[in-house]
Design a protein around this ligand. Structure first.
Ligand SMILES: Cc1ncc(COP(=O)(O)O)c(C=O)c1O
Length: 396
């Protein structure tokens, strides 16, 4: 008889990496998520966080969370539908919708749950979800939970998008789903072309602005603002509160009727508890800080440009990113693990991304700065990459 646990006992990859001292995951951080973090009593420069604007340890954000704990307690102990709703959550939904130039919004406990709920409640039998090959896993998982079909097109390849759309029955419901900013490569989707092609084939469009919200667009409103497409060209914008908003949660904004339907049909929202009021209060504060002060974003882009220039001058391939996500391509998975270890020894925290998460031979160290880093931090990261890359033979 097959033992359901056999695969667990046979799973060796991570244990081998741990024994070799090249395991760069689940690193236990002992401090706040700032430009420097503590690990095992040692200080590291944090070059691998999604806390882009540095708000996770911001005094105003913490004050907002503490005040919410005082007023509402630590949690709401239930789903919003039945017993876990608060005025704070209703207000934040309205604010997020206004910020994204949409009629209404809906919160979820996490960004992952948001994509599961939004996608699975929209895509029904006979419908098609059309996705970029590099879309986030939560989008793909949402489609797997749905009753419809998934078709994928090559990353940011508009000819391939047309090719797949042309094959779908004309009268089928269609939803094109793309990441605004792709989480590993840091490139931006060609939204104007997607809108044009989507219209031609009668497809609705959904953009995941997890890494774009608060970052791209003149005032940080995301991919639609970046391209000047804020007049209903995109049907749904979704995002997470775990990156720039520096806490946890997910959201979707769109037309009133669509959001009303999701509020009553998205299972990951209905059958799961609300995020705690402290998170909602911090997100509300983050939105206020983003809307009223561009200096954090300006500093983030200035520091990122300096880091990018430094690494490119060393000879590294940084792909086509134009955002604060910098993928430093290092070749094989082995190079990636060696690079992680060398950087770790030099006090740099960065994220190793290996195949199958990226195509074979395209392993990368994913670098992201925060607005609160200093020029000195950036120089130290460049110096560490120079030393590590030369010793491993990735650069000359
Ligand atoms: C594009 C994208 N969508 C959704 C998510 C899920 O968000 P969360 O981690 O907040 O659950 C992520 C997180 O990595 C993401 O990058």
């Amino acid at each position: 008889m097959a033992d359901i646990f056999e695969k667990c006992r046979n799973y060796k990859d991570a244990k081998i990496a741990m024994r070799m001292g090249i395991y760069g995951y689940f690193q236990p951080i002992e401090s706040a998520q700032g430009p420097e973090v503590m690990l095992g009593g040692k200080k590291y420069i944090m070059a691998g966080s999604n806390n882009y604007l540095g708000l996770a340890n911001d005094p105003e954000m913490k004050k907002a969370a503490l005040e919410a704990v005082e007023k509402y307690g630590t949690g709401v102990a239930g789903s919003r539908l039945l017993n876990g709703n608060t005025k704070l959550a209703d207000n934040l939904e309205a604010k997020l919708a206004k910020f994204k130039r949409k009629q209404a919004g809906l919160l979820f406990a996490t960004g992952y749950q948001m994509n599961l709920g939004v996608v699975s409640c929209l895509i029904k039998k006979g419908d098609y979800a059309i996705v970029d090959k590099l879309d986030h896993a939560s989008i793909l998982d949402g489609i797997k939970m749905s009753e419809g079909e998934m078709v994928r097109f090559k990353h940011n390849d508009m000819a391939d998008l047309e090719r797949v759309l042309a094959k779908i029955p004309e009268d089928a419901g269609k939803l094109i789903i793309v990441d605004g900013v792709f989480s590993m490569e840091g490139d931006i989707c060609p939204l104007p072309d997607i809108v044009k092609i989507g219209k031609k084939y009668g497809a609705r469009i959904m953009v995941d602005d997890a890494h774009a919200t608060g970052i791209i667009g003149k005032t940080g409103r995301g991919t639609c603002e970046h391209f000047g497409l804020e007049n209903g060209e995109v049907d749904l914008i979704v995002g997470t509160c775990s990156k720039t908003f520096a806490t946890v949660g997910g959201f979707v904004v769109g037309d009133e009727d669509i959001i009303h339907y999701m509020r009553h049909n998205a299972r990951s929202q209905i059958f799961s508890a609300s995020m705690p009021p402290s998170c909602i209060a911090s997100i509300t504060k983050a939105l206020e800080l983003i809307e009223n002060d561009t200096s954090r974003r300006d500093n983030l882009f200035r520091l990122t440009a300096k880091l990018k220039k430094g690494l490119e001058e060393l000879g590294y391939d940084l792909g086509t990113s134009t955002t604060p996500i910098l993928p430093v391509h290092v070749g094989s998975n082995e190079n990636c693990f060696k690079m992680w270890r060398a950087l770790h020894e030099m006090g740099i925290f960065a994220n190793p991304v290996i195949s199958p998460a990226v195509p074979p031979g395209r392993a990368l160290m994913r670098l992201t700065l925060m607005a609160t880093h200093t020029d000195e931090h950036v120089q130290k990261i460049i110096d560490a990459f120079a030393q590590a890359g030369r010793s491993i033979g990735i650069i000359k």
